[in-house]
Ligand binder design. Structure first.
Ligand SMILES: *Cc1c(COP(=O)(O)O)cnc(C)c1O
Length: 385
């Protein structure tokens, strides 16, 4: 399906709402039926009809239709946050006694789900270095049900060879789930590489304006219906119609924002790679990166996140550099209009440091500002240390 068609026309029933160009926000909890027979029909087909907003809502349906088309799946389900989508997708595929193999160092709360939450229900989880697909195979046990991927992963941006991991999964009857938030549906198509279920933190690039949260699961009609009837309706982590509408608004400009972010990021990375105070840049799109060839093969472009390792390990100097930046906000998340930094040193308290990652890492997110504006800010902050 054509990208412009998906973003501008797919699912837009404008004649139903006064030919307004923007879709309405159908802010209602429930929908009425005229007859008992209509009510009977609604109850029988609750996963398909607008009956109660915890199940379906027209504003949210439009969002789901577009994101499913972008990912090339039959269907999608929207959630109130990215982690609600991650949890529902994972939990839908396992029962007590099952085993999951997951990439090491995934997004922080995915890590907590795998490490602390699921073990409470008798689910075993093995973390593997995803840079070698063979590590997934080696971790398989008779009860392995899910391979979980996040490519690139958070903070260190390590890739998994998606096609290779999926081939191993298929031979062993294992379901694959990937968090595709970094790449967006535009820069990486996991379904074409063999993935079964794609999840997104729509809070990030799909929103694009740092003003709403949301999550999405994309998969087959069968898998989505299974999730609808279990995790979706019982745990109820739904998105509000207004937040779906904000995500629809974000989607309209996703291609132009991503192109702009990709180009600015490459300029900023080029500046940082050559900087004498920078030890290393974690960014798989550098020709010197060991995973460069894989990045070029399975992704269409880079996004706006990368991490630098400073040469200094002094907390005072790291703090001074970060505090000196004036055009980068210090915040979690990413994907909005504004550039951000997030230093691992923030987890360093009075000499205590628990992270698996070095203390001198700073994750960057490049937003929509001019590259020169950002680079001159970096230059003045570097001059302070
Ligand atoms: C932010 C994020 C999530 C969680 O999304 P929320 O909307 O914050 O719940 C999941 N995966 C990745 C890779 C993320 O960056």
């Amino acid at each position: 399906m054509d990208l412009s068609y998906i973003l501008n026309e797919l699912g837009e029933d404008r004649e139903l709402y006064f030919n307004s160009v923007a879709p309405p926000i159908i802010q209602t909890s429930n929908f009425s039926c005229k007859t008992v027979d209509a009510l009977r029909n609604a109850l029988q087909h609750e996963s398909e009809v607008d009956f109660y907003t915890r199940g379906n809502n027209p504003t949210t349906d439009l969002l789901e239709k577009k994101v499913a088309a972008l990912e090339g799946t039959e269907h999608a389900l929207a959630f109130g946050s990215g982690i609600a989508a991650v949890s529902a997708a994972v939990m839908s595929q396992i029962s007590a006694g099952d085993h999951i193999v997951t990439v090491a160092k995934p997004y922080s709360w995915t890590n907590t789900l795998m490490k602390k939450y699921l073990p409470r229900f008798g689910v075993e989880v093995t973390f593997v270095d995803g840079r070698d697909a063979a590590n997934y195979e080696k971790a398989i046990k008779p009860n392995t049900k899910v391979f979980y991927l996040e490519s690139p992963n958070s903070f260190t941006f390590e890739l998994q060879d998606i096609a290779a991991v999926c081939a191993i999964a298929k031979r062993n009857n294992i379901v694959t789930i990937i968090d595709n938030s970094y790449a967006t549906p535009l820069f990486q198509s996991p379904i074409a590489l063999g993935v079964d279920i794609v999840v997104h933190a729509a809070t990030k690039y799909i929103s694009g304006h740092s003003d709403t949260m949301g999550g999405i699961i994309c998969s087959t009609h069968e898998t989505i219906t299974k999730i609808f009837e279990a995790e979706f309706m019982t745990l109820g982590g739904i998105i509000s119609p207004f937040n779906s509408w904000l995500l629809l608004r974000g989607l309209r400009t996703l291609p132009v924002r991503m192109e702009r972010i990709a180009a600015t990021t490459r300029q900023v990375v080029d500046y940082l790679v050559n900087h004498p105070k920078v030890q290393r840049v974690f960014f798989p799109f550098l020709p010197t990166d060991p995973q460069y060839e894989l990045a070029m093969r399975q992704m269409r472009n880079n996004s706006g996140q990368f991490t630098i390792q400073l040469k200094t390990e002094s907390i005072q100097e790291i703090d001074l550099f970060c505090d000196s930046l004036q055009h980068f906000l210090m915040a979690a998340s990413w994907g909005g209009h504004e550039s951000l930094i997030y230093p691992t040193a923030a987890s360093y308290n009075s000499g205590n440091y628990k992270s698996e990652l070095p203390v001198n890492l700073i994750r960057f997110y490049i937003g929509l500002e001019d590259p020169e504006y950002l680079i001159s800010d970096l230059e003045q902050a570097f001059s302070k240390i």
